[in-house]
Design a protein around this ligand. Structure first.
Ligand code: UDP
Length: 646
């Protein structure tokens, strides 16, 4: 039962209720009646290790199940995220192992038929668990003539609402589907897109991001006029509109300041740096991203994610002898890349199962055929590029454990060194895999010679590049940095490349006010009562122990402040780091990530819109591929500070 799994997990996670709840609720193997088949995360790691080992057996020099288990055990080194974690070896659900999908029709797709088809495909993918993204720039702008009874078109906003509502209807075992909608800033309806979520209760089921071009940014910064057109990419547009770029930019900033959306995607940087786009004529033209933005994708491609727990490579953490074990790290990155390649084969088996299930479905042949074709398209693209998403988590804790203060030049240089090492090791592994298993089908080094990302690899490791020229590589693109939302609860660390949110915070627990021995510290707007309790960030406890402070003692607010000020987390939390330094760090790390990085800049409530504007411009100039901000209090949150923000 859930309770048994929860109790075991509570012991496994040393009393961490949140980790235990998330594990038992999200990841433990269960059937559709809710019966749980895994007693603890250890069982789950055996399930994943045995499945990956089965694939390894098909190829030369297989890794053993024991070796794989040791990499997964206790979420210490390599953590498959979300869909792979629940889906691998799970015969109770017919689900996909992909965390990310993008869809979209090739060629002109501006018709009601196409809008509904995308809606249907979106739901078909979501019901098999992945997050989905698609771009709306192909839809004709509001007021354009149409040859039917409407006479003029409604524009994109009603369709945003449609896609958002479909997403909200799809349940994924305790969570809703996740959707990313994008539009090119060149589209005449982009302003309406930017405003769509500002109306309370509208488009609540989708994340929205604007694809910003360099041309637009130059116009916005210099304050000149900017021409929008439809079709966006056409040399002979049927519709043109002049807009004041600065005003439109201000609107993006204002809305992001006010409600955390839209996010921005620096689209020219994404395209210019993209290796898959070297094969754009073969179906790899990037059009949108997955829901959190870390994987830009072409239509009908998919990606699976895995995070390497950086904290675990620090020997003697929080001591003067702290040292990053680069040799162990390189070895594990190579194995992580290999595991990801194995997971593509596991995904292929899953898709075969999905297809078989469709074939056995008694529904009408026509509906079956549409679903069948969708998965066939996904299958083809997935196997053609063999894309992987090897990422990291615990950057913030790793830096603190090394005695480096997040946001300082020294910390940034070190973070870049780690990411560069990761990048070169993952590409080395993908080249080795090509020798043993074959390169991705359409690999052609000549297509990639102008690519700036490939140039960096060429310069950093000429031998690796020569080997790649000769043998190819197994995977069209390899790397990412995802938000690692629930992953970081399992690793009990900071998430992705984010700094610690708060080293010490309060959490609220719902209580019955009639019970004895409860204190009611907070009553919400519907009258529910909550008790508040202090929680130390896990690795802050490790720091306390290293310095001889007792984490079990009750501390006053002053004592807590004093402790924090002595720790490497001082002035290094998401609320008090130098945000511009963080954006620059993201840009420098991005140089060694072939996909993208999901980042949210957390800001205090009282920051100005000008600051948000500065951050976005700096993100563009620093070579970031995207950026979102979250201003404290601009949406309902769960964590609260131990004292009011000044
Ligand atoms: N994702 C999703 N629904 C969710 C959480 C995640 O579809 O509720 C997908 C989405 O594509 C997102 C990606 O998984 O961008 C990675 O999210 P995250 O790193 O937070 O995954 P987790 O750590 O929760 O596995």
């Amino acid at each position: 039962t859930f309770d048994e799994a929860y109790q075991n997990a509570l012991e496994y996670f040393c009393g961490d209720e949140l980790a235990a709840k998330v594990w038992a609720g999200k990841y433990a193997l269960k059937d559709s009646q809710g019966n749980i088949y895994e007693a603890s995360p250890e069982d789950m790691h055996h399930r994943i290790a045995s499945e990956v080992a089965r694939i390894e057996q098909k190829y030369p020099n297989p890794m053993s199940e024991e070796e794989l288990f040791a990499l997964f055990d206790h979420f210490k080194y390599i953590v498959p995220q979300g869909s792979p974690m629940t889906g691998i070896g799970n015969n109770h659900q017919v689900a996909s192992l992909s965390n990310c999908f993008v869809i979209g029709l090739d060629g002109p797709a501006d018709s009601y038929g196409a809008v509904f088809m995308i809606d249907e495909e979106q739901v078909q993918l979501m019901k098999r668990r992945g997050g989905v993204g698609h771009d709306l720039s192909h839809i004709r702008p509001c007021g354009s003539p149409v040859n039917n009874s409407a006479l003029t078109s409604t524009g994109i906003v009603p369709f945003m609402e449609r896609y958002s509502n479909s997403t909200r209807e799809v349940a994924q075992d305790g969570r809703r589907g996740a959707l990313m909608l994008t539009i090119n800033i060149k589209h005449p309806d982009s302003e309406a897109f930017i405003d769509a979520k500002m109306v309370e209760g509208k488009v609540t089921g989708a994340n929205v991001s604007v694809k910003i071009t360099d041309e637009f940014m130059h116009a916005a910064v210099s304050g000149s006029m900017y021409e929008q057109q439809y079709p966006v990419d056409s040399a002979l547009p049927s519709f043109r509109k002049e807009v004041n770029a600065k005003d439109l930019w201000k609107k993006i900033i204002h809305n992001a300041w006010k409600s955390a959306e839209p996010g921005v995607l620096f689209w020219d940087t994404i395209l210019k740096e993209s290796l898959p786009d070297c094969y754009d004529d073969l179906g790899f033209r990037t059009v949108a991203t997955n829901p959190c933005g870390e994987i830009p994708l072409c239509p009908y491609d998919s990606c699976r994610l895995l995070a390497i727990n950086l904290y675990s490579y620090v020997k003697n953490p929080f001591t003067p002898e702290a040292e990053f074990d680069f040799d162990l790290f390189k070895d594990h990155v190579m194995k992580a890349q290999r595991i990801m390649d194995d997971i593509i084969d596991l995904e292929s088996e899953k898709i075969e199962t999905i297809i078989k299930k469709i074939e056995e479905d008694p529904e009408s042949d026509e509906i079956k055929l549409r679903e069948y074709n969708l998965w066939k398209k996904i299958q083809r693209k997935t196997m053609l590029g063999r894309r992987t998403g090897v990422g990291i988590t615990a950057e913030g804790d790793m830096l603190a454990a090394m005695g480096l203060r997040y946001g300082t030049d020294e910390a940034t240089d070190f973070a870049v060194e780690v990411q560069k090492t990761l990048c070169l090791s993952a590409y080395r592994s993908s080249v080795n895999l090509a020798k043993e298993r074959g390169a991705f089908e359409i690999f052609d080094y000549k297509r990639e010679v102008e690519n700036p990302f490939m140039h960096r690899i060429m310069q950093a490791d000429p031998e690796l590049y020569e080997d790649m020229k000769k043998h190819g590589r197994r995977n069209i693109a390899c790397l990412t940095i995802a938000p690692t939302g629930s992953t970081s609860l399992m690793t009990q660390t900071t998430s992705g490349i984010e700094p610690v949110f708060m080293p010490v915070y309060k959490r609220r627990r719902k209580v019955n006010p009639n019970d004895k021995n409860v204190t009611v510290d907070f009553v919400d707007e519907v009258g529910d009562s909550f008790e508040e309790y202090i929680v130390f960030h896990h690795k802050f406890v490790t720091w306390m122990e290293a310095k001889g402070y007792d984490p079990a003692k009750k501390y006053t607010q002053e004592e807590i402040d004093e402790l924090v000020s002595k720790s490497p987390y001082h002035k290094a939390t998401s609320n008090d780091i130098d945000w511009l330094a963080k954006v620059r760090m993201q840009g420098k790390i991005q140089k060694w990530v072939d996909h993208s990085i999901s980042v949210t800049i957390n800001l205090p409530n009282n920051v100005t819109e000008d600051l948000v504007a500065d951050l976005y411009v700096e993100a563009w100039r620093s070579g970031c591929k995207g950026c979102t901000v979250y201003r404290d209090g601009s949406r309902a949150g769960v964590l609260i500070g131990t004292k009011p923000k000044e």
